[in-house]
Design a protein around this ligand. Structure first.
Ligand code: ZN
Length: 133
């Protein structure tokens, strides 16, 4: 069902500072930057091989990333896996008893639709499934 690790999401307070760090490690500029207003975040992607690092900075205090940072500080927020058929994957996992945070797919960054699974059932790791639109 999962086809690859699409990206690892890292919650950061200051996107410019975080981009400098990943710029130093990847020896390039961010591959894609976007503001995802529906999620209250500004995002920078650094492609690393077939996967990427997604740096997420909150732009509103009431968004999930801001809450994550105030509770746990900066750091890894979620792992995203690519799937070919998101609705099918969601149904299959919900049928097995996993709690999906989304009843229907939501819009993700980079022209994707995504759904999240609650970390309580997934080894304390928030899992995002993503399908290209
Ligand atoms: Zn993500």
């Amino acid at each position: 069902m999962l086809t690859k690790i699409d990206h690892i999401g890292i919650a950061v307070r200051d996107l410019e500072e975080a981009m400098k760090v990943y710029g130093d490690f990847t020896l390039k500029d961010a591959d894609h930057i976007e503001e995802l207003d529906s999620e209250g975040v500004k995002i920078a992607f650094f492609n690393v091989g077939e996967s990427s690092i997604e740096l997420l900075q909150p732009i509103r205090e009431d968004c999930a990333i801001a809450k994550h940072i105030s509770k746990r500080g900066e750091g890894i927020h979620h792992i995203c896996y690519a799937v070919e058929d998101l609705e099918k994957a969601m149904k299959s996992l919900v049928d097995k008893g996993y709690r999906c945070l989304d009843e229907t797919p939501r819009d993700g960054a980079h022209n994707t639709k995504v759904a999240f699974f609650h970390p309580k059932q997934t080894l304390s790791t928030l899992i995002e499934l993503s399908q290209k639109k």
